[in-house]
Design a protein around this ligand. Structure first.
Ligand SMILES: Cc1cc2nc3c(=O)[nH]c(=O)nc-3n(C[C@H](O)[C@H](O)[C@H](O)COP(=O)(O)OP(=O)(O)OC[C@H]3O[C@@H](n4cnc5c(N)ncnc54)[C@H](O)[C@@H]3O)c2cc1C
Length: 398
């Protein structure tokens, strides 16, 4: 049972304020607002709605502003204290978080939702300057390159997702945003009559493209990429990035060099440096938890979202589901009469296909539900609008 502070309220600290952290804040507000004092620590004063970063394919750099969510506004609405700072380490023995610019922050209960870190160092020569999609500034840069695009070769590169042996197997990379991006760019260039001047390649370490999806959706994605004339290279291992191109080994062991005019990366990911520094991880940067997202050895520490070892594939929707599971569990511990079922792994993907169409794919075990067309596109746009407007909270939370 978490120990209340002198005020009689439990001190809750939430690290990270995006899909996972924001959903935790909304659930705390709904279930236990009167019993807790909440502080959220975020490295930036805004969150970025990452699913919208694929809109850089449409060559309008100003879209990035609309992808941002002002955290001070959200925190004011939810009665939460916002600390914009960088968490250096968690000290579970002392029940506090060390911050870069402030005194340590004490907690009774901690929610860890700082996501995964990009492991640039895994590929010599690779760095944020190489071109990537995952942060707002990087995506703006890609959009600017597309705005001045005159034709040539565009290569999309998926870095490996490095996990420990205890994590669920597959996927070995996060490629779905690249699939969306290339299909959107294809549609955009075609609508302008400029498609023929561009060659696209998508290179991934995965044995089959779209391991994050169920088999039906995988087949549909392969058909769309073939229809768009995208060269797909699977089973590839990038050896290095040089001024003279990208050197990679293909599945047949051949070493090849590609010289793209524009590269768009989903960088390698290897867990969380914060979790490693704090000794909270499984040895690979991912945090091991029980079915209620509670750390296996620390009952007052919950981990939700990408940072959690069970989160495969890495999805915003999953982070929101895990936040619900974790906060309901805490609410029960605080005496609230709520159901607190454990997390059941599932995956929901909603992929833009360009041309006002999208593909929805939901999998749980061997079950798969797929829906393709205008409906999923409108659903994704509506979700984006409602999510940003609600500051990470929705009238009906998943
Ligand atoms: C281009 C792109 C498109 C995507 N599209 C989709 C999609 O369509 N659907 C979907 O479900 N998922 C999508 N995803 C995946 C989804 O964005 C992630 O799974 C999700 O953001 C994970 O949420 P999170 O809260 O765990 O971590 P994050 O979103 O990474 O948030 C972590 C937060 O913690 C903060 N932080 C990190 N370290 C520290 C620190 N030391 N101190 C303080 N704060 C810190 C960060 O600033 C950030 O606010 C996409 C991802 C990308 C990159």
């Amino acid at each position: 049972m978490p120990m209340p502070s002198g005020t009689g309220r439990v001190r809750v600290v939430v690290l990270g304020a995006h899909f996972g952290g924001l959903a935790v804040l909304h659930w705390l507000h709904r279930l236990v607002a009167k019993a807790v004092d909440v502080v959220v620590v975020a490295a930036k004063p805004y969150a970025v709605f990452k699913p919208d970063l694929v809109f850089s394919a449409y060559a309008r750099p100003r879209f990035v502003g609309a992808a941002r969510i002002d955290l001070s506004d959200v925190c004011r609405r939810l009665g939460v204290r916002l600390v914009v700072d960088y968490a250096l380490a968690v000290e579970p023995d002392l029940r506090r978080v060390r911050l870069a610019n402030r005194p340590p922050l004490p907690y009774d209960v901690l929610f860890l939702a700082t996501g995964m870190d990009w492991a640039w160092e895994l590929i010599p020569g690779l760095g944020p300057e190489t071109g990537f999609l995952c942060e707002d500034y990087a995506s703006r840069h890609v959009a600017a390159r597309m705005a001045g695009w005159r034709g040539g070769r565009i290569a999309l590169w998926a870095g490996p997702l490095v996990q420990g042996p205890a994590s669920p197997p597959a996927p070995t990379a996060c490629e779905c945003p690249l699939v969306e991006w290339v299909l959107m760019a294809h549609g955009h260039l075609r609508s302008q009559g400029r498609r023929t001047a561009t060659r696209f390649a998508l290179v991934t370490p995965a044995r089959a493209l779209g391991e994050e999806l169920g088999p039906r959706a995988q087949a549909r994605v392969a058909a769309h990429l073939a229809g768009a004339g995208v060269q797909v290279v699977t089973g590839a291992r990038v050896r290095e990035v040089t001024a003279d191109g990208v050197v990679f080994e293909s599945a047949d062991g051949r070493v090849r060099r590609m010289r793209p005019d524009l590269s768009v990366w989903m960088p390698p990911a290897a867990g969380s440096a914060l979790a490693r520094r704090s000794g909270l991880d499984d040895g690979w940067g991912w945090v091991p938890t029980d079915g209620h997202m509670r750390h296996v050895a620390l009952p007052d520490l919950y981990a939700v979202g990408d940072i959690n070892a069970v989160t495969v594939p890495k999805r915003g929707h999953t982070a929101m589901v895990q936040a619900r599971v974790a906060v309901h569990h805490l609410a029960r511990r605080l005496g609230r009469r709520v159901q607190a079922p454990p997390y059941r792994p599932s995956s929901l993907s909603l992929l833009h296909l360009g041309g006002g169409r999208a593909l929805l794919d939901w999998t749980q075990g061997r079950q798969e539900v797929m829906w393709e067309g205008r409906g999923p596109h409108l659903l994704k746009r509506a979700f984006s609008w409602a999510y940003r407007r609600g500051g990470g909270g929705l009238p009906l939370m998943p």
